[in-house]
Design a protein around this ligand. Structure first.
Ligand code: PTJ
Length: 250
């Protein structure tokens, strides 16, 4: 049995889940994550438990459709908040590379220090350009009151597709109203975000983001019609299927 430096034995039945918590706590200490982010994660954990803490077939279908949309888009952008930066900055950068997407920092609890910390974290993982930091976030999403309304005119504001992992519902609704295609990753299939998005991946961002990278690499090299994949995807049905899976687990 191996015990790591933070004291989690590798054969602990919930080791994986505890490692993820540690990543977030570490992110909090480094100024990426807000305390509220830990609460949000706790809610996510409860839903993760209900789907069996693995990427379901239903989530895989959404991941494939999301990868296809990202590849088809002219100006896709990945929106990054504190939790996403702490949990999977690496996969965000990789996904941006394979799909040609931009990366933008967009946070609910906005401070310049956090914006800079998240940008630096993305750069450590290889991001060359990060939108939305400081005065660059000079455009406004109409009808949105939170700090999330401030976006980069060269990023989210003019994107055709936006990936918004771990989101609050308001902005998803506002982005859809702006005629953007919105993809989200949210473990709660009942959230306003999940219902408002065009494609919802009901999975832990820790698994979904690397799975998106893999799907994008696969689809990039195939002759399959990406349009057909996206046309055949029905988000409402997919969400219902996720709920069924949760009931089945019970
Ligand atoms: O970094 P900031 O300032 O932008 O703040 C980020 C948080 C997450 C605090 C903020 O966006 C927030 O308050 O989010 P909500 O409204 O609590 O929504 C978070 C949603 O993400 C909930 O539906 C959770 O179930 C879900 N969630 C939490 N952790 C994960 C998750 N979904 C996927 N993977 C996770 N690890």
């Amino acid at each position: 049995m191996h015990i790591n430096h933070i004291g989690i034995p590798s054969d602990h039945p919930r080791a994986k889940s505890l490692y993820i918590r540690e990543k977030l706590v570490n992110g909090l200490r480094r100024g990426l994550v807000v305390p509220e982010g830990l609460i949000a994660h706790g809610r996510g954990e409860a839903y993760d438990y209900l789907i069996g803490e693995h990427t379901t077939k239903t989530a895989q279908r959404a991941i494939k459709a999301a990868a296809a949309i990202l590849l088809l888009s002219n100006r896709p952008v990945i929106s990054v908040n504190g939790n996403t930066a702490a949990l999977c900055a690496n996969a965000v950068v990789e996904l941006a590379k394979v799909t040609g997407a931009g990366i933008e920092v967009n946070i609910f609890y906005r401070t310049e220090e956090r914006e800079m910390a998240i940008k630096a974290e993305l750069e450590v993982h290889g991001a060359k350009k990060v939108f939305g930091v400081g005065s660059k976030a000079s455009a406004r999403i109409p009808e949105l009151q939170s700090e999330r309304r401030r976006v980069d005119p060269d990023g989210i504001y003019t994107a055709d597709t936006v990936l918004v992992p771990l989101e609050d519902g308001d902005r998803t609704e506002a982005l859809v109203k702006m005629n953007k295609t919105v993809i989200t990753i949210d473990l709660n299939p009942l959230s306003r975000t999940s219902r408002a998005a065009n494609i919802t991946i009901v999975d832990n961002v820790v698994r979904a983001m690397p799975a998106l990278v893999e799907a994008a690499y696969k689809l990039r090299g195939t002759t399959m019609s990406l349009k057909k994949i996206t046309d055949n995807f029905d988000n409402r049905k997919n969400l219902q299927q996720s709920l069924k899976t949760m009931k089945g687990e019970l």
